[in-house]
Ligand binder design. Structure first.
Ligand code: SF4
Ligand code: SF4
Length: 481
């Protein structure tokens, strides 16, 4: 009989192994301590900035929006307090993004994954969602018990209340996001009057859904599997980068410890697993630095608390550097090297980018001129023998007041400018409204040039300030005869 059973088992097809590991749900225990307080402070500050920044007003005069931070897509402008970016100046945005990336690399090279542990939106919102869960369902053990319990009235209301608060936070997050792209007070009134455009509605629905899913369900999996930065930031680490580390030399061999027992011949780790229970990514830092660790410092708080209770010095788990571990083993003093080649390279690049952006802003012209030569036809020979070329002149008035400009050109000896369009338009009195782009079609008439095409340069002068902007183009007169 037993042999028959064995035979049957052997004939059954083997279960296919899973491609993805089954997710072990993490139930972090709440903890008190220095790093937890820092995390609360970082959460309050970052959330306050995110939710309140679109409400800050900034007077730019009647022709421009008075929202301090605004990405005005319909009018193709971006405003950030004093800085105003037109589509032609998108390189500023690129420079600011590169600056932010290098600043992140710089901070990572010094302090490790401090961004991930304290400031990354995924961390901040996940932490907030955990706080709600903890408030309604209780701490780690209570939450785990509730998940395993049958669906009683208590379980249903606790789960419903948790998800309702999560959804409200997600909705507020989505609402704040769309404020960055619209005038916040106007959109606020429209939302309350249920008079919102379908585009805004779609964005709000999408962002509410993604916040709810990412912070409520995906959580640490976003950091472990989805975030590219988690994968490559170790490239910014060196021996002097601060990392969260377990002092194995002091902690091992670990084992349970009763009050009054000797510490002789054993390590200071009492294997209480408090550091594992508080970890929001569910790892055991005693196994060494792992990719999943977001350097939040909560295991440091948990272990320090344990050390206080058993009258041992704090710091069995702490912020440390690889260099210090080596130094201690070699009996050398600990050291903190802030200025090293890597941090110096980053500092130089940061200063360069900041200098370029600052220089660009300080020398930013209040208006711009562009001239586009007509292609069809390239030139026309008039009955009096003159040659005529057509151009589209574009003037960008970046100031917040109307302006009058006069247009002239260098490079041709005798020329006339004929304005196409309304009869009273004159090249020396071109009106452009505040914060507007105006286009004018002109013809330049001149005698055939000896050299064709002749290089010419249009010059635009602000009648009020005398400031000029120029733009190079060409005058084509066939074979020059
Ligand atoms: S909290 Fe400290 S003592 Fe407890 S298991 Fe972790 S490292 Fe060991
Ligand atoms: S191991 Fe410690 S520092 Fe790393 S994520 Fe877990 S609790 Fe945070």
């Amino acid at each position: 009989m037993a042999a028959a059973n064995e035979n049957q088992k052997a004939q059954q097809p083997a279960k296919p192994s899973r491609f993805f590991a089954k997710r072990e749900k993490v139930y972090p225990r709440s903890v008190k301590g220095r790093y937890r307080t820092l995390k609360w402070a970082a959460m309050v500050v970052t959330l306050a900035i995110y939710y309140l920044a679109p409400l800050i007003r900034w007077d730019r005069g009647p022709s421009a929006p008075d929202q301090a931070i605004l990405i005005d897509l319909p009018h193709r402008r971006a405003y950030w307090f004093l800085i105003e970016i037109w589509p032609q100046e998108v390189y500023y945005l690129t420079a600011i993004l590169i600056f932010a990336a290098i600043a992140l690399f710089f901070v990572t090279s010094l302090l490790g994954r401090v961004w991930c542990g304290y400031f990354c939106p995924q961390t901040v919102w996940t932490d907030l969602f955990y706080a709600v869960e903890n408030w309604i369902q209780g701490d780690r053990n209570a939450r785990a018990r509730l998940d395993k319990a049958p669906w009683t009235f208590t379980k249903i209301w606790k789960k419903l209340a948790t998800h309702a608060v999560w959804l409200l936070i997600a909705l507020a997050t989505a609402g704040a996001f769309v404020f960055y792209f619209n005038d916040a007070p106007t959109l606020w009134r429209q939302i309350f009057a249920l008079d919102v455009s379908p585009t805004v509605l779609w964005f709000m629905a999408g962002l509410t859904g993604s916040t709810y899913l990412m912070a409520g369900f995906a959580r640490e999996q976003v950091c472990t599997y989805m975030c590219p930065y988690a994968r490559f930031q170790s490239a910014m680490f060196d021996k002097n980068t601060m990392i969260i580390g377990y002092d194995a030399d002091r902690g091992e061999p670990r084992g349970k410890h009763k009050k009054g027992d000797s510490w002789e011949g054993r390590g200071h780790c009492i294997d209480c697993t408090a550091c594992v229970q508080v970890c929001p990514v569910g790892i055991d830092i005693r196994e060494g630095l792992q990719m999943e660790c977001i350097a939040c410092g909560l295991c440091v708080d948990a272990c320090n608390d344990v050390m206080d209770k058993i009258d041992l010095p704090r710091g069995l788990i702490r912020y440390d550097t690889e260099q210090n571990v080596e130094n201690r083993r070699a009996g050398k003093p600990e050291e903190m090297k802030v200025f090293r080649p890597r941090s110096l390279y980053y500092t130089v690049v940061l200063v360069l980018i900041a200098g370029l952006v600052l220089y660009g802003q300080m020398t930013r012209k209040p208006f711009e001129l562009h001239a586009l030569h007509s292609r069809n036809p390239l030139y026309v020979r008039l009955s009096d023998g003159q040659i005529s070329n057509g151009y589209e002149i574009k003037i960008l008035n970046k100031t917040h007041s109307d302006a009058v400009y006069s247009l002239s050109l260098d490079g041709l000896q005798d020329y006339t400018i004929e304005m196409r369009g309304a009869g009273d338009l004159q090249a020396d009195r071109l009106h452009v409204g505040a914060d507007r782009v105006a286009s004018f079609h002109i013809f330049v008439h001149a005698l055939p040039q000896a050299r064709t095409p002749a290089d010419i340069r249009f010059a635009l002068k602000d009648a009020a300030t005398g400031e000029t902007a120029t733009y190079g183009s060409m005058f084509i007169s066939g074979d020059g005869q």
